[in-house]
Design a protein around this ligand. Structure first.
Ligand code: ATP
Length: 235
């Protein structure tokens, strides 16, 4: 469904991605792990066309999207829950979800909203509350819910567990699993929390300094000594 081949991305003269190859098949959860500054967010942003890859190719459902503008990529069915959540702080929970649904067919709005509220009952309880006053975990639920409202075929999640307490992290990962299992949605998950993210994943990749150094099933990667040493120590 998604094929990233030999992608290189630069910020001016600084090379952030070095020939990255990553694929996501329909219905898969694929996890990309890497330390701070490895290029994880850059890869998700490159997928969405900003910044664009300087070389390499990204195809989605057989269509070359490497040079497409962001709005077209989103319209094709890719949605991102960005790092730091980026919810609209002054808008209510409901208004944030409505913003997420603006690119989808309005005929599906009520049913999609119900799905998000079933997944995250907390959002239903707090639908009139302003986004900026939600807890960190609730904001993360809202960021994911907002992305789901656009009815994506591929959901991109950038560090959904960042800064959250262990119990909340568990809830968020449970929800991700549910989205994948019940909707059959394909998910590309970027995380520093390697343990949870790889346990959940069908397959995973390790990104170091802008290059993929390891690839395998979630289980295989969890068992690799270099993954354990670099990403699981103390975790
Ligand atoms: P983190 O987990 O800390 O968010 P990351 O793996 O997502 O890290 P990126 O944010 O993709 O890493 O950054 C990759 C590299 O690109 C870093 O060296 C970073 O300093 C650089 N970089 C990111 N954004 C920009 C920018 N707008 N201008 C210049 N350099 C940038």
């Amino acid at each position: 469904m998604l094929e990233i081949a030999g992608v290189e991305t630069f910020y001016g003269n600084i090379q952030a991605l070095r020939g990255v190859d990553v694929s996501v098949e329909k219905g898969e959860i694929v996890t990309l792990i890497g330390a701070n500054g490895a290029g994880k967010s850059t890869l998700l942003m490159t997928l969405c066309g900003s910044p664009q890859a300087r070389s390499g190719q990204i195809t989605f459902d057989g269509v070359d999207i490497t040079r497409k503008p962001t709005f077209e990529i989103i319209r094709m069915g890719i949605a991102q829950s960005p790092e730091g959540r980026r919810i609209f702080a002054r808008m209510t929970v409901m208004e944030n979800l409505m913003m997420g649904g603006t690119t989808a067919d309005p005929a599906h709005f009520d049913a999609d909203l119900e799905k998000v509220f079933t997944l995250f009952p907390r959002l239903k309880e707090r639908q009139g509350q302003r986004g900026g006053t939600l807890s960190g975990g609730e904001q993360q639920m809202l960021a994911i819910g907002r992305a789901l409202m656009s009815r994506p075929r591929l959901l991109l999640l950038d560090e959904p567990s960042l800064g959250l307490a262990p119990l909340v992290v568990k809830q968020i990962f449970e929800a991700i699993k549910q989205i994948n299992q019940e909707e059959g949605m394909s998910i590309l998950l970027v995380e520093q929390n390697a343990f949870h993210a790889l346990r959940l994943a069908d397959r995973g990749y390790v990104l170091v300094n802008g290059a993929i150094t390891l690839a395998g099933t979630g289980r295989e990667l969890l068992a690799r000594p270099e993954v354990r040493a670099a990403y699981l120590e103390g975790g």
